[in-house]
Design a protein around this ligand. Structure first.
Ligand code: NAP
Length: 260
């Protein structure tokens, strides 16, 4: 383990989108650091299996993050069980359908907004009052280079990730003085189902990347663990990236070796 000194013992974390990929790896890593972890996703079988493998400190709760009422009810179940919420990892997100704006179906485009922006907002809206009552907490929103770069076929994804970056800044503005930290993670490209969907769409240069260039989800999970530590406070209110050597070094991850 890269950051064995970071202990989350006694803390409770919610990880959204924990049925696979970055969310699954994060739930496992935060639990290994001692946290109680609550895994949220729509695929109940997958989160129950992962929670069972993690053990007694893990709990699986099926939840569609685009449904405000479901999110409120689910977060209430978490505080009933654990009495507190210290960490929220707002990770659930989608990229399909990948298509140019002129060809996009408005309802499908809007569904991405419902998950990627409103889902993150629902998590913030449910978590902040609970964190406030216990004196603070840490929120990590999963961002993307797409928050600040336009890519063909990704208008829904770029627009929603840009909105998430702004939500991170807004939480910092409103709640920073209440000891609620909010920071984004821009992980670079990660070897998950989302990258398989990107590859099969065949649109824009990201779909052409060699699979070996994608980092394992465990690296993103390690960065998320590191972001819970005081060492990361200087990134609050913005995105921290592990695409750069400096970011990877801060977390303790291997740096890239790019031939000049
Ligand atoms: P992934 O393997 O496709 O996993 C996405 C997760 O989100 C799944 O657990 C999925 O679970 C969940 N999810 C989707 N819609 C949901 C909803 N309505 N309610 C609850 N959960 C929902 O993708 P990933 O690569 O791990 O992506 C995780 C996050 O990282 C996303 O926010 C993504 O935008 C971001 N990211 C990924 C990359 C990359 O290269 N992979 C790069 C930058 C940022 P269910 O389907 O079971 O609900």
């Amino acid at each position: 383990m890269l950051n064995p000194h970071i202990s989350l013992r006694g803390q409770t974390a919610i990880v959204t989108g924990a049925s696979r990929g970055i969310g699954e790896a994060t739930a496992r890593r935060l639990a290994a650091a001692g946290a109680n972890v609550v895994l949220l996703a729509r695929s109940s079988d997958a989160i129950e299996k992962i929670a069972g493998e993690i053990g007694d400190r893990a709990m699986a709760l099926p939840c569609d993050m685009s449904d405000a009422n479901a999110v409120a009810t689910t977060f209430a179940q978490v505080t009933d069980r654990f009495g507190q919420l210290d960490i929220l990892v707002n990770n659930a997100g989608v990229i399909d359908p990948i298509t140019r704006i002129e060809d996009a179906n408005p309802a499908a485009w809007g569904q991405v907004v419902d998950i990627n922006i409103k889902g993150v907002f629902h998590g913030l809206n449910a978590a902040i009052p609970v964190m406030k009552t216990s004196g603070g907490g840490t929120i990590i929103n999963i961002s993307s280079g797409a928050a600040t770069s336009a890519l063909e076929g990704w208008s829904h994804y770029c627009a929603t990730k840009a909105a998430v970056l702004m939500l991170t800044a807004c939480v910092h503005k409103e709640e920073g003085e209440n000891n609620i930290r909010c920071v984004g993670l821009s992980p670079g490209t990660v070897a998950t189902q989302m990258q398989r969907q990107i590859r099969s769409a065949g649109i824009n240069p990201v779909s052409k990347l060699d699979w070996s260039t994608h980092i394992p989800p465990e690296w993103a999970a390690e960065a998320i663990l590191w972001l819970t530590s005081d060492a990361a406070r200087r990134y609050d209110g913005g995105d921290f990236s592990i695409k750069s050597d400096a970011g990877r070094q801060a977390v303790g991850l291997p740096v890239q070796h790019i031939d000049a």
